[in-house]
Design a protein. Sequence first.
Lengths: 730, 328
Amino acid sequence: MRASRAKSRVPARRILIAAVVACVIVAIALGVLAYLRSPQRDLPYRDSFASGTADEWNAFGGTWGIYDGGMRNDSDERGAKLMTGSPYWRNYSVEADVKLLGEDGDAGLVIRAGNVEDGVDSYNGYYAGLRTRDNRLTLGRAEHGWWEGPTVSIPGNVHAFQWYHLKLLAYGCQIAASATYLPTGKTTTVAMTDKDCLKSGIIGLRSYSSGGEWRNVVARRATEADLRAMVIEADSSRKLSSNAAAPIFGSGSLPSHLALQPPPPESAVQSIASLRLAPASGAMQATIRGVVSLTSPAIYVQDSTGGVSVLPQSAPSLKVGDEVQVTGAVDAHAFSSTLRNATVHLLWARSPVSPVSVTASQAATGAFAATFIEVEGRLRSKNHGTGDQLVLDLDDGNQSFRAIVDEGRGELLFRRLKPNSLLRLRGICVVDPNFTRNLTPFVLLLRSTADIEVVSGPPWWTARHVVAIGFVLLLLTLIGHFIYSRAERWRLRAILEERERLAHEMHDTLAQSFAGLGFQLQAIRNRMPGDIPAVHQQLDLACDLVRHSHEEARRSITALRPEALEPLDLVPALENCARKMVKGGAVSIQVSRAGEYRPVPLRIANALFRIGQEAIANAVRHAKPSCIGIAICYSEDALRLEIEDDGAGFISGRETRGFGLRGMRKRAAALSAHFEIISTPGRGTRVIVTAPLPPRPTLNTFPAYLWKRLWEIYPHAQARKQTYPHSDRG
Amino acid sequence: MPDKAPSQRKPVQKHSGTACLLLGLCLSLSAGCRFRDPVIAVIPRTTGTALWEPEHEGAARAAAKAGLQIYWNAPTREDDVQRQIALVERIIDQKYAGLILSPDQSLALMTPVRRALAHGIPTVILGSPLPMKPGGKLIYVLSDDGLAGQMAADRVGQILHGKGTVAVLGIDPDIAGVLDRERSFEKALASGYPGIRIAAKRMGSFNVPYEQQIAEEVLAAHPDMGVILAVTTDATRGAYSALTEMHLAGKVKLIGCDQDLLTPLTTGEMDSIIAEDTYDMGYRAANLLARARRGEPVPALTRVSPKLITKDNLGSPEMRRILGLDAR
């Protein structure tokens, strides 16, 4: 009864333990999940961009890069975004210093964002920005479209190239934003309530047409008190603000150039392509109009006829996509031109031009010099150039080219680029020897690292991968071989142990019985009267038979006992065995050994021992020798065993009938060993076995040995089955 | 034996009850997923502009009525054909319930649209046609560019009182509707106003400085120019810039196409705009998709009349709707 209770307690306890373990695992998993989804995780978040890296930020459009300790988007692209943070942040604020880089557009901050894509308003989230067109602080919700909320005018207007401190706060379904003009410290605040609000999301920097610069980005947990303080400010701002807001499409202004720029000086504008026809002698002044396609490391402007590099008199604040009028002295080159001492007049901001897709071969003709192109190539090498530049060497078919880009948002992309990856690059095709150094037909100057797109990674069959795979296969083979060898050894051990057990059994039962039987027969014979010779004769015969059987049993026991081979050195093992067999007789045992001793695998040693044992036993049993010789010779790749006697010998060819000889042959065959019996009647017998040995493991020989061994495993296993058909059963 | 049967049945009933409960839970969960509103993708030529945002409003309103959701996105530039193709490809891969597309380029978008149709996605081409016959799952909701040309001719005739010169700028073969608009204009002008001569015709692009350059060349070559008809938004901007720089704004009348610049209308620097009713087109397109999804017969081609916007009617409710000024 108690036993059954104990039995029933065991599974119950196991179930309890399992349940506790499961609960602990679930609790840990839930804890990890709760931590990962915590609205407070990683808050407060700060990025001053001082380290020069911004690996955790993801760009959606624009040309983002870190310059002078700030994150800058030098592009007129509408709705360019740079995002980071946790999608589980809920009640928090984000603030940063913001500067617009253009007179027409807006720049600001995004909060609680999700589903972010390339596109003007392609995200779900809240945006607050400073807008130049109507000089207002705008606040609204983007949901792959723009739902503008309240706006409030900024006293003294919104100025490009001036720093503002912008704060955007989300608490519950209330959103508030404030902008402080840093030179004066004046703050303007706006707030809104969104009934069906977005509950959580990441933060972002965003600009529309104007480009922008951001620094000191901080996101921190927000409380109701923080919100209340901003809402009170918003109410006072609204009272001061005029309400004449123009209808706005998208989150920014229509790209209007109305009266934002002073008109450019009147001059005859010519196409960029016509500059190449400028006279070689004498400086020719020319005026062109076009869109800025690159600002760093050189300024390039492009119209529908081609591109031109511009060396301005003074460093203008230009962005990619600005439409400009440029007047300067023309330097005409073979494939493109340069405008020196140029005056650049900004006409208006607009979206950047689209690249022309060409092949490297087409670009190498110079037909697309100074033009914004898109080209594909396979990455051959990557290096750090002068300053913060990254230099990529690529080729596509027969053409090699180089791409140069400012490091921008850090080394993340550079680290991710793997040699032999197929890249799609967008940049200005430059054939100027100052850049190409006449090493490649053209160089691609990229606007930012966002102009690098990895089309596909390197092919997997690289030399490194093949070597790695080969190494892994070799390792697996070695492990397999090791396991197989171990298993074989264990099997042999098991067989030997079983034999030992059998030997003990035979010794304790059969041999003892024979001894007792012989003793009893002897006792009977001694008590028998001597006048019955026929009975005496029969008893003598019976005693002889018992003695003979006893000897056979002892021999079998000796043969079965594995301890003979324990030292694994064949010479003393066989000598010991021979001396036991001839104990009490006149047969002498001579032992010789040649060559350098080396360890022999157990499988080979066991087989040779059995062959030698059988040969010695045959000599003792049948040949009546006066001397038995045991010789072993170790060579580099083989082990030779010779058992020789000077006994009766026999006629060669008749030995096949003997079970012992057949067994010796089969054992030799299992080792792929050469087996030979040389015997002449009256002149003794010599049994020679030459077994191949595995080579000593060196780097050169081991693979060949392994291969050979693997090929031998199967036939060996077959041969073993034939030799020991019941060995599996012990 | 009979008295054992109920006791044996009991656990089975318990299990079947639990199974039913689980099945019900699974069904209700899967139903929650399955019966979520289908999503149709609306891909205009670009977003965030006066021309295309009303389409968003119209499509969203019709979709909401029909129990559909919309996905709204487009390239940031009207000439970014690759990006628009990539968007269409994504919509095909993600098996949207329908597609409303305003192609950036009539030839390049043919293959993606054919792929969408091959994947069983009903597709409405909105604004300008593709060189493909409508029918089946391909539906056209187009701006009546023939009527736009006629309206432009009438407006030119009205301005010039039947006699004078006109220039046509911005003829862009990438957008089929623009060609239709220009051809219709020529035809209507020739038949209705034989005294008016087309002094210059220029091809167009998405490059405003280039358009401005062309306009300046045309104005320099034809000092007697009475009217400029700019058939695209970029040509309108270019012509307007040229006129203001040459101090001819208001003197040479400018008729623009596709709503973009509105302020010059109020100042009189522009005469008029022939606006596409993208709100109505978006509404109709989403409505037709919903009907097509229900298996109802739908017209393969619908033409929506453009509207002439002048300083006088800019504040009318209809124009405010077309321009999306009252939206949201």
